[in-house]
Design a protein around this ligand. Structure first.
Ligand code: 5GP
Ligand code: SF4
Ligand code: MG
Length: 465
């Protein structure tokens, strides 16, 4: 998901709408904005579909007045399938000291247990979303102000969370102690901005101030500026390495590094680790493009747009049903026949999950008369599900969970398939020594099976580590 918040700018909701539009790649199912105005109080709009189709109408934006607003774009992950408008964030709660709204990116790994406990003690849930637990935990806290109630609540929550929240006067941002999901701080004139990624600061002309640190909570008001707290026990950070590979936008900056540069470097590493004699390097657009450019430059094999993407389709993976996903590949991608015929083609994609995309693309490329097809993948084999906010399917459905590289080659019926090594990926993100096996610098559980936070709800449901 994508989250965004603004304090100290008039008609803050307009800025939030723009920010959410720039974060649309993080969630395309639905979006919502809550604003607060000293005269009109809290207002909220939640809608299915794209930001640009909902939050551009003036008549609608006029219902969201005030200098303080937060928003969310939704991408449902495991457990929260089947969209209902009541699951669309931000969530709002009324407390004795006033209202608060929250928007959450990530996944709470003990949400089932918390929900059960909260329901037994009388909480009335409005949605099926794990994020709603935070509001109920806040309601039960005995602290006297909302930021302290939020600290209380988040200390009970396990898993991955970046949160943007608001009271009547304050904008609040929090990252979980491992900092699995991103969150950055920006500034625009007298106003402050919180965003999942820096690309959404650019769209409103805000300057990037810094990342919110893992385990940090910032409380921001027009009056007092930015106050920083560290409510959790300090731990070493474990940012999601897959944000670098796929999830973030290539024009964002993470940890002082351009995501584009990192992806380009992944391609360079991949060309060193897995060279092959061929005529063309073609990306599977858009997610494979920077890595394909890196592969081409390092190998000296010409880069070509052998597959063309229809710009009017979203991210295929994010369509929640299998059937739509199957069609989706053809709706989105088509082979550029004139380039491919008779050629030995290297196809570069960011990841193989179920193998749906690779299988369809291989068929299309061979239909177009390619002489050979070689897959080069910009992440290691995805062999484990993510429980921290990226929607990977159950383990059985992951191609790499049951097949070796050679078995995948046979299954896809291609000339070769190679994945970047975990160490190669770490080098590409800037860890010259590769992965520290004792204390990995990133979360890489979907590749390594080493989960930095025990997925306790899933274990209770029978998931085996
Ligand atoms: P597959 O078709 O193998 O199931 O999925 C791989 C494709 O899905 C890749 O082209 C990748 O760009 C895309 N993708 C989109 N969202 C995700 C995601 O959340 N996780 C992963 N691993 N791949 C995703
Ligand atoms: Fe990111 Fe993978 Fe960890 Fe999920 S399991 S947070 S996708 S690195
Ligand atoms: Mg892709």
């Amino acid at each position: 998901c994508g989250i965004f918040g603004v304090v100290g700018l008039s008609d803050a909701a307009n800025f939030v709408a723009l920010g959410l539009h720039a974060l649309q790649h993080r969630g395309q199912e639905a979006g919502g904005i809550v604003s607060h105005d000293p005269d009109q109080g809290f207002n909220s709009v939640r809608r299915f579909g794209y930001v640009r189709d909902n939050f551009t109408r003036q008549s609608l934006m006029e219902t969201l007045p005030g200098p303080l607003a937060i928003g969310h774009v939704r991408y449902s992950t495991a457990g929260a399938k089947g969209a209902a408008i009541r699951d669309v964030q931000p969530f709002f709660g009324e407390f004795s000291m006033g209202g608060a709204a929250i928007a959450h990116n990530g996944n709470i790994t003990n949400a089932d247990a918390l929900r059960k406990e909260l329901i037994e003690r009388g909480s009335i849930f409005q949605s099926g979303s794990d994020s709603e637990c935070i509001i109920h935990l806040m309601a039960r806290s005995l602290q006297r102000n909302i930021p302290e109630r939020m600290e209380d609540a988040l200390r009970r929550v396990e898993g991955a969370f970046s949160v943007v929240a608001m009271t009547r006067t304050k904008l609040i941002g929090v990252r979980d102690p491992l900092g699995v999901r991103p969150l950055v701080l920006g500034q625009l004139g007298e106003g402050w901005v919180l965003s999942s990624e820096t690309c959404a600061l650019d769209i409103i002309g805000a300057t990037f101030v810094r990342e919110i640190a893992p385990g940090e909570m910032v409380v921001i008001s027009e009056k007092d500026g930015v106050e920083s707290h560290y409510p959790f026990r300090r731990q070493s950070s474990r940012f999601c390495i897959f944000e670098h590979v796929y999830f973030s936008r290539p024009d964002s900056i993470i940890g002082g590094r351009s995501v584009y540069e990192t992806r380009h470097q992944i391609g360079v590493e991949l060309a060193r680790e897995a060279p092959v004699d061929a005529d063309l390097v073609c990306p599977v657009p858009d997610s494979g493009t920077p890595a394909a450019i890196g592969y081409s430059q390092e190998s000296g094999i010409p880069f070509a747009m052998g597959i063309i993407r229809n710009q009017y389709m979203g991210r295929t993976f994010i369509e929640p049903t299998e059937q739509i996903r199957n069609m989706g590949v053809r709706l989105k991608l088509n082979v550029n026949r004139a380039l491919i015929e008779g050629k030995r083609v290297i196809l570069v994609d960011d990841s193989v999950v179920r193998g749906t995309t690779s299988r369809k693309i291989k068929e299309m490329i061979l239909d177009a008369g390619a002489a050979e097809v070689h897959f080069r993948i910009a992440s290691p084999p995805t062999a484990w599900p993510c429980f921290y906010g990226v929607d990977t399917p159950q383990r059985e459905k992951l191609l790499a969970a049951t097949m070796s590289e050679e078995e995948m080659r046979e299954h896809l019926n291609v000339d070769s398939i190679r994945f970047i090594s975990l160490d190669g990926l770490y080098r590409a993100v800037g860890e010259a020594q590769g992965r520290d096996t004792k204390c990995p610098q990133y979360c890489d559980a979907c590749f390594s099976g080493e989960y930095p936070v025990e997925p306790s709800d899933m274990i209770a449901k029978g998931f085996e580590l």
